[in-house]
Write a protein that binds this ligand. Sequence first.
Ligand code: CMC
Length: 424
Amino acid sequence: MADKKARLTVDGLDEVIELPVYSGTEGPDVIDVRPLTGKGLFTYDPGFVSTAACESQITYIDGDKGILLHRGYPIDQLAEQSDYLEVCYLLLNGELPNAEEKKRFVNTISNHTMVHEQLISFYKGFRRDAHPMAIMCGVVGALSAFYHDSLDINNANHREVCAYRLIAKMPTLAAMCYKYSIGQPFMFPRNDKGYAENFLRMMFSTPCAEYEVSPVLVRAMDRIFTLHADHEQNASTSTVRLAGSSGANPFACIAAGIAALWGPAHGGANEAVLTMLNEIGDEANIPEFIKRAKDPEDPFRLMGFGHRVYRNFDPRSRVMKKTCDEVLAELNIDDPLLRIATRLEEIALEDPYFVERKLYPNVDFYSGIILKAMGIPTSMFTVIFAMSRTIGWISHWNEFHSSPNRIGRPRQLYTGAKKRDYPG
Ligand code: CMC
């Protein structure tokens, strides 16, 4: 695999260390630094900015060009021409399904949507005003206690069944969070409905009134799921892989991913964008917030802007903006927050601070406005991200366990106290 070599000299070492260099199918070459450990050296890379933590065949991002590929297919083509469950199949299996495979997959997912009745008791233990992400961390981890028949991580069939269960049950669990928070009865999933439609139904129907869901909103919801399905080795996916490397069961690993996603620098950003737009309140206040975002002394950042990998437009944000326009037109909504968002984007994209740092709108910039227009409360935004990303997490977890692996164990540059004796 290594057709090139890097050579490293280190002061104090009288040899040249040769390191293999690997080329992937896309992207930069990667230097294999493992031989360094044998020489008493580690690499130092806080935030893993320059570290490839694994080999993967699932998703590729070219941050400079603004390209995102799942199993080779561009995200904009998938968002326009495919649907979420097909993308789930693709991420999990590596290829698009044929018509028969798709039918079987959709049918399997539809038949795993119900959750164990006992799980309902877990919800009742939470305060009604609990953040739904807190509930999701708890109930998804708790699935480990219910599905003992599929917990052998070395068995490919067990891993597959776990993936099906997670994809199928996440919308049910997520909608239950919302229903619990507003004191309405939980709605059971309906297996004759599509994935996105079922979720919207479980959110907004009641036993007294069926929610009539518009096809435009169903399509928009499905697109939001698709656009969030996977994103390579981000913080939550790396968390899932690391948790999985210890041999922990998949439900526990996905709960770890949900926890990592929650923060405002990651999945919590869609909620933070809306909070920020509300705080701005009026187009006239935008310059003041731009000024704050640029001030190194002020911790405020423009939410929904910037990305660790993209130094160009996030390809997902373009589809999201188009979907946003479609949804607002369908619902006949003239949202002042959208006007603020559009103006903010225009101003930021012309400001040298953002231009020089290559800070562009990311996927979260418009998703919040769409979700708000659909009547989904802000606190559910990150839950919807978690639901959508579950397929990415479980695909990476499955990939990790499908080939030889070892526990993840980063090292450190220790700068603490030297060995000293306890005062006698
Ligand atoms: N507003 C103002 N300045 C920013 C922003 C922002 N949103 N993002 C980055 N910068 C500045 C940062 O201060 C730094 O400036 P300087 O070089 O003068 O110190 C420079 O740009 C580079 O930023 P960084 O912090 O080194 O970038 P990072 O790769 O560590 O952080 C990020 C990436 C996404 C955490 C960050 O851009 C951010 O906090 N954005 C806002 C939160 C957000 O929208 N997150 C969602 C990401 S997309 C969804 C997902 O994948 O989870």
